[in-house]
Design a protein around this ligand. Structure first.
Ligand SMILES: Cc1cc2nc3c(=O)[nH]c(=O)nc-3n(C[C@H](O)[C@H](O)[C@H](O)COP(=O)(O)OP(=O)(O)OC[C@H]3O[C@@H](n4cnc5c(N)ncnc54)[C@H](O)[C@@H]3O)c2cc1C
Length: 397
């Protein structure tokens, strides 16, 4: 996302406009707290997100030349705060908008920017992220999917796993090996692979929630045309590290405000039910709820600090790991508490309690993966120790 100089805009009026538009236009049954909740279909979500973009909620800090709104990360943050305040559907193309977009802006050619970026914002192309493999997750530099030259083009062979949303995506931000295994991270390159072609097989994995959001992706001589190679060959590692920093630091900036909205939903639901309201009087429960609020405040401040650093021309670096480690651990604690409380409602529960149970059971199951994806907690702690604290490395005990 660009932090280039743009005319200052009235933040209060901007926020009021974003808030009013969402209040008027978000369909009530798409709200995750609704008793008659019904999530949008993929086609509905695509149309909704394209409208959100036209109304100024996506591509906020991207240059106008590429379909963006030419503002700054400050307005991006304000919009995210307003999105977080409401129980809105998650983006079906957050990888395109929040991971692929920023790296395309940073390293792609002018022609590539004009081709890829408007298609992402208009929801004509959904992207997925093809980094992890069965034997290469935390140790990403050990990946084996190979890209070999075929004239000016590339042929891809290998397998990715845990590729979120690959079953609905048109493009894959693919990290593949163009050098030898011994070269480790020095032999990697980044590609914008088209998924709809004969050499690609996408196999969704069924999860504990019942959804199948994550996929295995197999490449059997899949083709990457020369115009879909991103950045310089063998410079893929530096680009991948930038993608991961963005993923940990600024991706889904609304999280802290959404967690706060979830907390309001939980407390309101409990207050309205006599049995659950009695639980709120318990001092240990009150303390755990207060701790959730503290966690949320810390997360919001971390995000706001990151935005100020970026607007001031700084980089995220290892600091994204502070946010990632904090929000994932905090949300796991919160979701576990919510389920513990709501499951104590007497049967039959009211429609409002049932709606909250449905929402928080899913949030609880999803939260189990949050300390794994975008890099595990142990990896974030290692980055904080190495890159922020610069602690010496000793012998493993
Ligand atoms: C729900 C979900 C969605 C995902 N979406 C995507 C996606 O869209 N695209 C994509 O490319 N990947 C995706 N991933 C993959 C994710 O990035 C990896 O699962 C993650 O990096 C961990 O890798 P791994 O699963 O191979 O575990 P491993 O790396 O094998 O780790 C196993 C355990 O060992 C620990 N460990 C490993 N190395 C160290 C170390 N050096 N120090 C201390 N502890 C260590 C880990 O913390 C972990 O507890 C997703 C994963 C999940 C669960």
């Amino acid at each position: 996302m660009s932090a280039a100089a743009t005319p200052a805009i009235d933040a209060v009026a901007y926020r009021a406009r974003q808030r009013a538009w969402l209040a008027e236009n978000l369909p009530p049954h798409w709200r995750a707290d609704a008793v008659d909740y019904r999530p949008p279909s993929l086609d509905e979500a695509k149309a909704w997100e394209a409208t959100l973009h036209r109304e100024g909620f996506w591509g906020i800090a991207w240059p106008r030349d590429y379909g963006g709104h030419g503002l700054t990360l400050r307005e991006h943050l304000i919009s995210n705060q307003e999105i977080g305040r409401l129980p809105m559907p998650e983006s079906q193309n957050s990888i395109g908008k929040e991971l692929a977009g920023p790296i395309i802006l940073a390293i792609a050619t002018e022609e590539q920017k004009r081709r890829y970026l408007p298609a992402i914002l208009e929801m004509r192309e959904i992207w997925c992220q093809g980094f992890s493999e069965p034997e290469a997750g935390s140790d990403l530099a050990g990946l084996r999917t190979r890209a070999t030259r075929d004239g000016a083009a590339w042929r891809i062979n290998g397998q990715k796993v845990w590729t979120s949303g690959a079953h609905r995506a048109q493009r894959c931000l693919l990290l593949a090996r163009t050098g030898t295994m011994e070269e480790r991270h020095k032999g990697l390159s980044l590609f914008a692979l088209k998924l709809d072609q004969p050499g690609v097989t996408v196999r969704p994995l069924r999860q504990i929630t019942g959804d199948a959001e994550y996929c295995e992706v197999f490449f059997d001589n899949a083709l990457v045309e020369p115009e879909d190679a991103l950045g310089e060959p063998a410079k893929g590692w530096a680009a991948a590290v930038r993608v991961l920093e963005v993923e940990r630091g600024t991706n889904r900036m609304y999280r802290g405000w959404r967690f706060e909205e979830q907390l309001r939903h939980l407390v309101t639901t409990c207050r309205a039910d006599p049995a659950l309201a009695r639980l709120l009087e318990d001092s240990s429960i009150r303390q755990r709820i207060a701790q959730v609020q503290v966690d949320i405040e810390v997360l919001k401040r971390l995000v706001e600090q990151t935005v100020e650093v970026l607007v001031g021309g700084g980089s995220i670096g290892g600091h994204g790991s502070l946010s990632k480690q904090h929000w994932s651990e905090a949300h796991q604690r919160f979701a576990a508490l919510a389920v513990e409380l709501l499951e104590q409602a007497p049967y039959p529960a009211s429609p409002e309690v049932e709606a909250a149970q449905r929402r928080f059971r899913k949030a609880y199951l999803q939260s189990r993966a949050q300390t794994i994806y975008a890099g595990t907690t142990e990896i974030q702690l290692g980055i904080i120790a190495d890159r922020i604290l610069k602690l010496p490395r000793g012998e493993a005990r």
